[in-house]
Ligand binder design. Structure first.
Ligand code: NAP
Length: 248
């Protein structure tokens, strides 16, 4: 049977790479995005070329109404939701906490924490066997930043990912008896556009060279771990925080 997944932030980077791999496995993919419709459509076309089905769905994960509408749209299109890749996330320019204004802090926690919680909540409501669902899988995309703290760069971002780790630990225990596995991947320095959005396009290449594996990771390398956690090959894995960080 074809499985259906919602990938938040599926238009670019790690989300796009995950969508493509799942397309090749025949999944139906909801490609959520914030504003870059062209990128979401390109990802959807890739998924369909690979053999899956795909639907671009606009929606800001920090908006409760958008999150509910996004899940509704996916369910109406494909009849079911089997999995969530809770991937949408942002950074902001490098700064010390003393220089961070309220608007930046609010946006960081709204998107990375509230967004992750709202999407996980909607997935739980629809997939929990205790609520009439058929069970499922959630993979949260955290970051190695949650254990490094990211001083002088992104301690707001690092804290937001700490919350994603804790969400993973708690929700795995809450939903285990309800047929839903919940895990997180914690990527390290991955070659995507997120670094340019924080004002440092060369960050992954420069810092990646200092890791034990001596290079940045690719979005595909993170996507492979996400796809494994979604698969039945990981059927006894829940509550895990999987570092995909080249030893960093
Ligand atoms: P990216 O290339 O910058 O892509 C970000 C994606 O998130 C885009 O699809 C974007 O949509 C979407 N997005 C942003 N804000 C959103 C919102 N409010 N609502 C819905 N979608 C939103 O990022 P990435 O590097 O692939 O990162 C993906 C995840 O991995 C994030 O959670 C990030 O924190 C985490 N991560 C990345 C790295 C790394 O080195 N790259 C390391 C550790 C963790 P649009 O295309 O519409 O803008």
């Amino acid at each position: 049977m074809t499985k259906t997944v919602l990938i938040t932030g599926g238009s670019r980077g790690i989300g796009r790479a995950t969508a493509r791999l799942l397309g090749a496995l025949g999944w139906s993919v909801g490609v959520n995005y914030a504003s870059n419709r062209a990128a979401a459509e390109a990802t959807a076309a890739d998924v369909e070329r690979a053999g899956g089905r795909a639907l671009p769905i606009a929606g800001d994960v920090s908006s409760e109404a958008d999150v509910i509408a996004t899940f509704d749209t996916l369910q109406q299109a494909y009849g079911r939701v089997d999995a969530l890749v809770n991937n949408a996330g942002i950074v902001a320019p490098s700064s010390q906490l003393a220089d961070m204004d309220l608007a930046r802090l609010k946006r960081m926690f709204d998107v990375n924490v509230l967004g992750a919680y709202l999407c996980a909540r909607e997935a739980a409501r629809r997939m929990s066997t205790a609520r009439g669902g058929a069970g499922g899988v959630i993979v949260n995309v955290s970051s190695a930043a949650s254990r490094l703290g990211s001083p002088n760069e992104y301690i707001d971002y690092a804290g937001s990912k700490g919350a994603v780790d804790t969400l993973t630990l708690g929700l795995a225990r809450e939903l285990g008896p309800q047929g839903v596995r919940v895990n997180a991947v914690r990527p390290g320095l991955i070659d995507t556009e997120i670094h340019a959005s924080g004002g440092k396009p060369e960050r992954a290449a420069q810092l990646g060279a200092t890791t034990p594996l001596g290079r940045p990771g690719s979005a595909d390398e993170v996507a492979q771990s996400i796809v494994w956690l979604l698969s039945d090959a990981a059927s006894y894995v829940t509550g895990a925080l999987l570092d995909v960080a080249g030893g960093r």
